[in-house]
Write a protein that binds this ligand. Structure first.
Ligand code: SF4
Length: 541
């Protein structure tokens, strides 16, 4: 029998969706407030007897288990002691306990009553923020409320549908799962006059550790990851500062380093020497409900068609915006004007698409027009080998294609990572099908980011004269590839671009491109949870 944690009872009373995310979908984020709360120290009054701390109790009858903060025996009866960092609720007659805290101490009371074989009818909650203590009598009504809550929680456990967001929007401000739940985005989507509060973090506070260079070793030392290049000094990184590790080419990772990554929920991704994505691994379990919902939604061809239109519209809009921006104030020749017109024609044709195949044709024609003018964005006086003569790949046959292909692989890895972080299945996509080794859903989401995160960076770095054929590239057969130095420079440019912030034109808050990748995956997920309208709505200024 699965026993419900008392903290889950508290979460349920606070917000049923919070309970569902934590207990059913098994999403837990390390939240500073939670950690500090766990370390809260408190003093107990003199003269109290039989006090114990963090005592674990279980009840098969109630289906509950939990750890009491402390309890006290005096004057012939037991009292549950619970400590909260926050404030008490202001009632008509002074300080009151919050409903979620009342339910929590009731759950502790039934556990302690069963353990001691005596009725526990009293609890005291101390709120440290306003230094108030609230006495709670636990009687028949509280027991009934707990019974009803346990039944409702059991029903939710069987459901694959997330409960609605709480109507008490202020609760979301203090909820550790707000960046996963996105309640303000849902409120905004439901009510245009709603001004969404920013609950989604602006930046990733942890880094992506790229391990590059033939013979470089990744190892572990205590709680740090150590990178030791073959002929260079080693550097180490505290594991809590690393979000994911990307291993490029012939580098080695020790088993101990891999174990440390898995133990701390750090994703690991492997890429070939040329940048090709080989595979990745995301620790952790859960996500069954998310995948069931995804399968159900993406099995509906009409649903996929609508999402594919959103993707293609966003992609072509960004290509057009970049072309216009990069050639603003310049003399646009006939070829460029014709390609810009072609992009506009493709954009206008999107709403009439009746099939995904037709839509793919539009996307192909638009992208062809975009790349036909790509070379006009590169400074004319750059060496001819740094110009663009058309898109080619597998292998890339010139420097610009080598840069584009490598950049797209870096982007692909980040998108796979975002999909795994959200807990979706990357193999089940919208408009790409599983014809190659690449994940279709990652290829879909990539369409939103190719221009802003790769194309713009490649063109800008070329025009800043940051690339040199001899220094950064090498030839292998008919292919041109980045060498170690070139890869390091490309990675640095890409990672810097990811950290740049940008204001979402619809949601109105600014966030880094890195954060935006995960946000778009979460907004896509919302489209099949009854809240479409925000996915793929962003564009370049
Ligand atoms: S963010 Fe708000 S709606 Fe979402 S789980 Fe937390 S409290 Fe509930």
């Amino acid at each position: 029998m699965t026993l419900t944690r008392v903290m889950a009872v508290h979460a349920f009373a606070y917000c049923p969706r919070l309970f569902y995310l934590e207990e059913v979908e098994e999403i837990r984020l390390a939240d500073e407030r939670v950690i500090v709360g766990r370390e809260l120290h408190y003093e107990l009054e003199n003269g109290e007897k039989s006090v114990f701390h963090t005592f674990t109790l279980e009840s098969e009858e109630w289906g509950l288990k939990g750890k009491l903060d402390a309890c006290r025996y005096s004057n012939g009866s037991w009292c549950i002691l619970e400590h909260k960092r926050g404030r008490s609720r202001k009632g008509d007659h002074g300080a009151e306990a919050w409903d979620s805290d009342r339910l929590q101490v009731t759950a502790y009371a039934v556990l302690l009553s069963e353990h001691l074989e005596t009725q526990v009818t009293e609890a005291r909650v101390r709120y440290h923020a306003d230094n108030k203590s609230v006495q709670i009598r636990i009687g028949r009504q509280e027991y009934q409320e707990l019974e009803i809550a346990i039944k409702d929680m059991d029903i939710l456990r069987e459901s694959t549908t997330r409960p609605e967001i709480t109507p008490h929007s202020k609760r979301c401000i203090h909820c550790s799962l707000a960046p996963v739940c996105l309640p303000e985005e849902e409120r905004f989507q439901a009510r245009e006059d709603w001004e969404p509060l920013r609950l989604y973090p602006k930046h990733h506070d942890r880094l992506t550790l790229h391990v590059v260079g033939h013979g470089t070793q990744l190892s572990k030392s205590n709680n740090r990851l150590v990178v030791k290049p073959l002929n260079d000094v080693e550097e180490s990184y505290p594991i809590e500062q690393v979000e994911q590790v990307a291993l490029h080419g012939n580098v080695q990772a020790t088993t101990q380093a891999i174990h440390l990554c898995f133990a701390r929920d750090v994703q690991i991704h492997w890429l070939g020497s040329g940048g090709r994505y080989l595979g990745g691994s995301a620790p952790g379990k859960g996500g069954v409900q998310r995948r069931i919902r995804q399968y159900e939604a993406l099995s509906d061809l009409n649903f996929c068609l609508e999402r594919a239109k959103e993707l293609v519209r966003a992609k072509l809009r960004m290509q057009l915006a970049f072309m216009l921006r990069a050639t603003r104030g310049k003399n646009r020749n006939l070829q460029l004007q014709s390609n810009l017109s072609q992009l506009r024609v493709c954009l206008q044709a999107i709403p009439q698409s009746k099939t995904i195949e037709y839509l793919r044709g539009i996307e192909g024609r638009g992208t062809q027009a975009y790349f036909d003018s790509f070379n006009q964005l590169i400074l004319a006086d750059l060496p001819s080998e740094l110009h663009f003569y058309g898109r080619n790949r597998k292998p890339p046959r010139d420097a610009v294609n080598a840069l584009l292909s490598f950049g797209y692989q870096l982007l692909y890895r980040d998108i796979v990572s975002a999909i795994l972080t959200v807990g979706l299945e990357p193999s089940f996509g919208i408009m790409h099908t599983a014809r190659s080794a690449a994940y279709p859903l990652a290829l879909d989401i990539m369409e939103l980011f190719r221009t802003p995160l790769v194309d713009i960076v490649v063109i800008a770095s070329l025009n800043r004269r940051q690339w040199n054929m001899d220094m950064h590239f090498h030839k292998l057969g008919v292919g041109i590839y980045l060498n170690d130095e070139g890869r390091n420079q490309a990675i640095a440019l890409f990672e810097t671009r990811k950290t740049e912030t940008w204001k979402h034109p619809v949601l109105g808050y600014s966030l880094s491109y890195h954060r935006l990748m995960e946000l778009e995956v979460r907004l896509l997920e919302k489209t099949w949870m009854g809240h479409p309208g925000l996915f793929a709505m962003w564009s370049l200024r």
